[in-house]
Ligand binder design. Structure first.
Ligand SMILES: Cc1cc2nc3c(=O)[nH]c(=O)nc-3n(C[C@H](O)[C@H](O)[C@H](O)COP(=O)(O)OP(=O)(O)OC[C@H]3O[C@@H](n4cnc5c(N)ncnc54)[C@H](O)[C@@H]3O)c2cc1C
Length: 412
């Protein structure tokens, strides 16, 4: 097989995110030059590539990671990094689509992946502000509240946890005048530090890491693949594509992904008096609207307010959409928390989501691309699924068969 089209470097975010400093990042790893050999070559040094590199090296596999720009500076640096055990689709939505048993299994796997993610960061002592936080999945209207209560019952029946908050309890915990919420235990973190820490851990186990190196061609050679950048090559037994979504290079796969922009506002630091007026406790919030809205605190006492996903628009329309979407976000949240009106917005940014038809990622091989494994298509819950991808790809590499793999396969 011979791919000739260049893998285009996508534009993954816009605006200054709070995780990035004002200075240009210093290169931590060399540019790919000359020829290298490895077992598994990973294209993409975002959270997904980082998680996968950590998992493979933990398993004793030789790894190389090739990142076009800087480690973690793609969508990962735009992420608000609520580490949720809940997939984007409710248990009902996934059960309606795939049947009760599979819906429940996907939810269980997502729960396990969130736990694995936290365990890995703790085990490696990665400093990334990892904090356990409850999340409130809230709603503002009566009909949705009834539906949400049914959803919680379904989850309990499936052995999943969660607690119902009535309007008074929701108000006490969050300052929101809503009709109810499901409360679950989750976590939050700094995604850039987590990603860099995971890659460092892989590098300590002798993974070869390259930055500033776009892979623009992959060819089959013997029983492996050869990756080409402008200045070097890597031979590997397998390549893992962790570029967020299928770039135009994988044209037959690209149609499976709908790219959406998603927007975030970061407030200025909020003092104790303002905090009391806002009444938002130490919780993460997300709502039942689609596209949804969400909120979390940062360790330096700002609020991150996110949502307003829109289909990707080119050029000038994109700039207009950025202005409209960030204004709409502000209006929504000032409606929800009137005291926010007195708290200034420090910065706003947009990032890219690659949505799939069922909101689940594609993890594993594709029949058209021998010795390729993919880990693509992460929506709002991308970090959790990055941990799941790491588990599945290591199992597949080892030849461990599992019915779980089919749930995320291209031909599901
Ligand atoms: C605004 C926003 C908020 C989010 N909030 C959350 C949240 O609260 N919780 C959650 O779980 N998830 C969230 N997500 C999703 C999560 O951040 C992503 O799923 C995750 O960061 C994706 O990581 P990735 O490694 O797959 O992609 P990326 O971080 O985009 O990494 C892909 C990398 O591949 C590189 N690349 C591309 N092409 C090539 C090539 N040809 N050669 C070499 N390198 C290449 C890119 O430079 C890039 O660094 C959010 C995303 C956004 C945008």
């Amino acid at each position: 097989m011979h791919h000739t089209r260049a893998m285009r470097k996508p534009v993954l975010r816009r605006g200054r995110t709070i995780w990035l400093g004002r200075k240009k990042p210093a290169a931590r790893y060399p540019v790919l030059r000359e020829h290298h050999e490895t077992d598994v070559a990973i294209v993409g040094g975002g959270m997904t590539g980082a998680m996968i590199a950590e998992a493979f090296t933990r398993d004793g596999v030789r790894v190389a990671v090739v990142e076009a720009a800087h480690i973690g500076h793609g969508s990962t640096a735009a992420s608000t990094a609520l580490l949720l055990r809940e997939p984007d689709y409710d248990l009902k939505a996934l059960s309606d689509r795939y049947g009760k048993r599979i819906g429940k299994r996907i939810w269980m796997l997502s729960q396990d992946a969130a736990r694995d993610f936290v365990d890995t960061l703790r085990r490696l002592k990665i400093a990334c502000d990892l904090t356990r936080r409850d999340s409130l999945y809230y709603t503002l209207d009566e009909d949705s509240a009834r539906e949400l209560q049914r959803e919680l019952k379904r989850r309990h029946k499936a052995g999943l946890t969660g607690r119902w908050l009535d309007p008074a309890a929701l108000l006490r915990a969050s300052g929101i005048h809503g009709t109810g919420a499901i409360r679950t235990s989750n976590a939050q973190l700094n995604p850039l530090q987590a990603c860099i820490g995971l890659v460092k851990a892989a590098a300590r186990r002798d993974a070869a890491i390259f930055e500033g190196s776009t892979i623009n061609q992959i060819r089959s050679i013997g029983d492996g693949v050869r990756l080409y950048s402008a200045n070097g090559t890597i031979d590997a037994k397998q390549v893992v594509i962790a570029t967020g979504y299928a770039t135009r290079y994988f044209r037959p796969l690209a149609g499976r992904f709908k790219l959406r922009h998603t927007y975030v506002l970061a407030t200025n630091r909020i003092n104790t008096r303002e905090r009391r007026r806002l009444r938002i406790g130490k919780v993460m919030l997300w709502d039942t609207a689609r596209p949804y809205h969400y909120v979390r605190w940062t360790s330096d006492r700002r609020l991150l307010l996110g949502g307003e996903d829109h289909p990707v628009k080119p050029g000038a329309r994109r700039a207009l959409q950025f202005a409209d979407a960030t204004r709409a976000l502000r209006e929504y949240f000032e409606g929800l928390f009137p005291a926010l009106g007195d708290v200034g917005i420090d910065t706003a940014w947009e990032g890219l989501f690659a949505m799939t038809p069922d909101s689940l990622p594609y993890i594993g091989p594709h029949r058209r691309y021998p010795r390729h494994a993919f880990a693509l298509g992460y929506g709002g819950n991308g970090m959790t699924f990055a941990a799941l991808a790491a588990r599945i790809l290591v199992e597949q590499w080892r030849g461990v068969a599992s019915p779980d793999h089919a749930l995320f396969a291209f031909n599901r």
